[in-house]
Design a protein around this ligand. Sequence first.
Ligand code: 1HE
Length: 263
Amino acid sequence: MDGSGEALVSYQLQGEVAVIGLNRPGKRNAISDRVVEALRDAAERAQREARAAVIYGEGDHFCAGLDLAEHKDKPLFEAIQGSRRWHTIFSTFERGEIPFFTALHGAVVGGGLELAAATHVRVADESAFFGLPEGQRGIFVGGGGSVRVARLIGAARMGDMMLTGRIVSPAQMEQWGGISYVVPKGQALARAMELARAAATNAPLSNYAIVNALPRIAEMSVEDGLFTESIVSALTSETPEAKERLRDFLEKRTARLKAPDAP
Ligand code: 1HE
């Protein structure tokens, strides 16, 4: 809750998709200690009862990053502990049990971009803008950005954003690989929901493998990655659900894949 009695993070279960809203629009959804803890609770609940989740921001912006008002008086050790808490909590959904989607609009800056980078699919509308103003604020990323954002878009581009204060458009961010979809203004949440609903129909073990095995394999040597892939692949195929889904396809009970522009 904030001073107004509103939850800092809203939560709703829509069918099989958990919808998680950063709900501090008066402060542009800046992430305080209590917000990060509310996000943890929402993400844990989603993993207990949903098959996919979408995180979005209330108001005109997705998220203005770390709550600078709270941060400015933090003693050194508390700042380290705070950053480590973000790492622990963001990792619970990055390497959790279900896929997380983010719907981005307006400011996606600092810790807001770090939060988005810990999710599996990012959808931005045309109003979104991306920045890492840590250099201007005299600080450094602390929510996992130097690991996740650097791996997504490249350390050189991230360094440019941090050093020069460069603000990046959705089209540019998509070209850099930082987001996967750009949609017209106002449509990010609807599109992210559509994608999350589609992912929610996958076999849960396949989603678990995609969320957990794929990023780990990406960090492995080629030989270790190929070996791990074979093991994960065989394990997922062994489930009764996989066998039933394969039979459904072979016996023509499932829809065929179509080219993107096909009717
Ligand atoms: C905040 C924060 C915040 C807004 N912490 N209070 N983040 C930043 O450097 C902050 C970037 N924020 C901005 O550039 C702008 O606020 C926005 C472009 C997002 C929105 O602009 P605007 O004109 O709509 O709003 P505003 O007037 O700047 O802000 C409205 C209120 O939100 C105001 O408080 P008020 O009490 O005067 O009404 C702002 O102080 C407050 N506010 N952003 C605290 N971030 C784990 S390490 C991560 C490192 C980082 O994230 S660095 C931080 C990057």
